[in-house]
Structures are given as C-alpha cells and as structure tokens.
Design a protein around this ligand. Sequence first.
Ligand code: AGP
Length: 615
Amino acid sequence: MCGIVGYIGGRDAYDILIKGLHRLEYRGYDSAGVALVNDDYCTLNVYKSRGKVSELERFCSEKDTTGHLGIAHTRWATHGEPNDVNAHPHTAKSGRIALVHNGTIENYNVLKEALEQQGCTFRSETDTEVLVQLIDYIKTSTHCSTLEAVRGALKEVVGAYAIAVVDLDNPDMLIGARKSSPLVVGVGENETFLASDATPIVEYTNQVVYLNDDEIAIIERGKPLQVINMDNEPLEIDIKTLKMSVSQLEKGGYPHFMLKEIFEQPRTIRDCIRGRIGSRGSKVTLSGVIENKERFLDAHRIVIVACGTSWHAGLIGKRLIEDIARIPVSVEYASEFRYSNPVLSSHDIVIAISQSGETADTLAAIKMARECGAFVYGVCNVVGSSIARATDSGTYIHVGPEIGVASTKAFTGQVTVLSMLAMAIGELRGTLDPTLGAAMADALRSLPALIEKTLKLNSQIEHLSGVYTYVHNFLYLGRSYNFPSALEGALKLKEISYIHAEGYPAAEMKHGPIALIDRELPTVFIAPDDAMHEKIISNIQQVKARGGAVIAVVTKGDKTVAEIADHILEIPSVPEAISPIIVSIPLQLLAYHIAVKKGCNVDMPRNLAKSVTVE
Ligand code: AGP
C-alpha cells in the first residue's frame, strides 16, 4: 500500500500535500516525494527522498515549494528498493509530466521493453516510471492531449493502480484514475483534492467522490469536476458527505489498527500468494528459491532464527519443511542463538523471519550465521529493511504496513510464505507428495475466502470475551502444527490484555500444568479435526474433570467436542498443515476483545514497541 495526495486550488499546495502525506503514513513510509507546478506555469519542481515524510520536509526546507497545483506520495515498496531514485513522483523523459501511483503494474516489464525499443531510457526500477513514460510516449508520438494519453496508457496496463498526474502543458489540470486501488476526490470551494482515502481531505471538506474502477477524474481550475470512463464517456458524479473523524478514517472505520489488520487478512493473504501460486496446480514460484537452487538442493540442515510471533511462525515452518522437504530444521530464539556457539557450515541454510526487518537480536543472529558460512534467507515484510538487506536472498510477505504492535496479518503472511517455501523446496528436491501438494495449493488459494468465513466469528467472540475479561490466567493447548498456534494465541492475549497466558503442547498437561486446573483457570484448546483429534478430546475431558472451563477451536460440525467444551469456535475444514493460519483468526479476535473490554491500549500496549531494535 502507498499513499497518494493531489491538490489544485487557491492555497499553497505544498502544505496541504505534506500534511496529507502525514495522514497517510500508516499506508507506507519508506520514501516520500512531492511534485509542484510553479505559479509561473513553466516549472515542475520534483522533490523526493528515502525515509519518512519528515525526511522529505527536511529535504524541501530550502527548496522552492511554491505552487497551487501538486501531487505527493508516501511509499510502501513492492518493486525496487526504497531509495531516492525509486521514490515517487516519477517524471517522464520530457520532465513535464509527473505521476504518483499506488498499486502494482503486473505487465510493466512488457511495457518497459516496448518503450526501450522506442528509445526510452529508465532511471528507476519501478513499475510506476514505466506508466509515466508510456503516457509521455503516447502524447508525444500521437500529439494527443494529456488526458487522452493517460486514458490510452491505462488501457494498456494490467494490474492495480490509483494515480494522480500533473502536466506542465496543462498547468490548470489535475488528473486522477483508479483500478483496484482506492482513490477519493475531495470537492471543496474552488479547490479540489485527490487522496488514497479521505484522511488528507476531511479537514478541508466533507464532500467526497469515491472513484470506481476504470474511472478517470478530470479536475480543472475554475471548472466543475468531471468523471469519465475508459471509453471517454462522461459519468454521473455521486458526491457523498463524510461523517468519520480523521482518526477513524486512518483506521478504515475500525476502532483500532489491530482490528483493521485482523480484518485485512483475506486481502493480505491474496497479496502474499499473488504471482507465487497459479490459479490451478501446485507449482509454487519463489524467485529466492529459483535463484538459489543449488543451495536448497545441497542443504543438510535448516536453522530458523526469529523472535516473538515470528519465532512461533518459525515453529510451524519447521513442521512444514520437515514434513514436505524432508530437511531437518531447528528453530532458535535469535536472542539465544546470537550468544551460542552453533555448529554451522556452508551446507546449512539459516532462515531469518522478521516482520519489521529491524529486530536487533535477529540481525545479530544473521551476522553470526554468515560469519559461519551459512546461506541466509529472509522472510520479511518491510522491503529494503536491515534484515532484508543483510540476507543472501529471501521472500517478502507483502502484507503492507502492520501498525498494531501485536502482530496479526504478518503472522498469517509469514506462515503462508513458509508453506509456499516448504512446497517449493520439496518440489525442487522431489520430496513433495503430489496429493499433499495439490491439497495445500488448493487450501492456500482458498485461504482468503476461508478467512472471510472465519472472521464471521467476531461477534460471537466479542460476546464470549465478556465472560473471561477479568480472569488472571489462561492456558492455551494445542498439538502438532497447532502447538505453535497455542503459543501464539497465548502471546496475543498476554501482550495486549496483560493477562498471564501460557501455551503448551496439550499432551504436556500431565507433566505439570494440570496441577493448575481449577475453576479460575480457563483453557483454550485448539482441536481441529486432524490426526490428533481423538487425543485432544481426552485432554479436554481431563480439564473438564477438574472443573476447568474450556474454549475449543474446532472444525465446523464437531459434535463430540461441542458436547464437552463450555464454548466452541467453529472454523472451516482445512488441511492440518494450513490450519494454523485459520486457527490464529479466532485467537487474535479473542485477545483483542478481552483487551478492549479491559480498557487496554490495544494498538500500543504498555512496555512494548513494534520493532525491538535494541537488545
Ligand atoms: C508479536 O505480536 C510482538 N509484537 C513481538 O513478539 C514481535 O513478533 C517480535 O518482536 C518480532 O518482531 P519482528 O517480527 O519484527 O522481528
């Protein structure tokens, strides 16, 4: 996700654009830029820099930022490292057209090659620069208007876009267009705004138009807004009145970023698997594996290093890789690994998992692994982060910025990537069972819909959370692939509600924890219909026999557990290897609603930081 802003009117565009970027920083913040049409109508000033919007402000402090027309962008990199060159806005060769873009142009390579054959040269690695060069090429080669060139270029694009365009040849015009990425027009008094959502607009006007796919907004100074479709037909304009506050808008109408990010998971999983699993078959395409085939063929052992939730994802990754790729895997806390004396060689692969890509312990573990000669593979969310740059190769999870301190969509994204990684390595080494591979690929493709279904538990869980708001301890029990799910569910609860919670392998109960069971200690059992189902039923009976309350996450229609548990949360049926992704949804919601009922600061829990960049 990136954030785009545009302005045309009587006020200084720069201040409005910068303020708008700050409002959109939750969408991405690895670089930012602004393009301003000077009042002399002869100059297009473009300023951009790596880093947050505040870096851009520092960069612009001595620059000419005058002008009443401009566009701006805050980036979440997907193509091309975060740096000054790849930052938006991007300009055409003529230097007279500037464009900002949120989305992904899937056929940008094809378009780029065609433009290069026409003599176009490119400065950046981005798909966005291809679009602005294509607009300029169409305009120059056919002598058409800027608007016609934009329309023609967009007709050649395959993918998602929300764009804002300015052109020195039309210094009183701002053009916006969208397909699959959001774009809002703010209609003020003799001024008009464009933005990825209404947060940069709401303080100036509450009159907005939400563009639909394949629509183009034509905003001309002193003229009423026009909207056309891709066939140049004028469309009726549906102006709505905004009723949300800025804060609510940043959270997409949700009360907290955490809840927003829980509900984003159908989309983020779709983004995570896009281009990596086809619409049919079980072939997985991960460039990090393809480019390092020999390493994965030669690997004698894999060591996973991570912290917190990422470490839990690593435990699931262990099961996946051992079951599917038949390589022994150990999972280490990065903080322990970095001070140990591991036996590592060039035949070993170290997988470093980190949402932020900045966790100090994980970074230190990577450094040590590389000194030992191991090949280091990253599974990160933040493109160009320190860990992403410190590894030999890797796979990004592409779930967009995760603002809530408690990790939710990043965890499901990590497990999804680890599932695909296990399948890709297994296919390479000839150990992937075709039936299992097909079942997993089908399940991964169905995940967005399955998560949508599971999210329907929200109101039931909100109600259930009222029963357990003021307990002091919780036990989370699971087996096999869902023992790590128990650890993750317990971590979610403790880190945002401050209730002590422990995750345990269910069979370990009899080796100690069962002494804790009484009426004061509720237990969450993860009991999907898998190979361990019968055994976990007896564990549930052991807890019930000692007066403990049981919340059970079960496969829909499980009548057996429904008869013995106090509460059941039904999830769709999925292969065991994929089940932790679905299981995590009700556990995220349970932790969230209990914490909200306790009045805790869900997005910024006490004592915690989103990225632990110190020891
Ligand atoms: C998870 O909810 C916590 N925020 C924390 O455990 C986190 O997973 C851990 O600090 C690792 O962070 P990373 O994934 O950014 O490296």
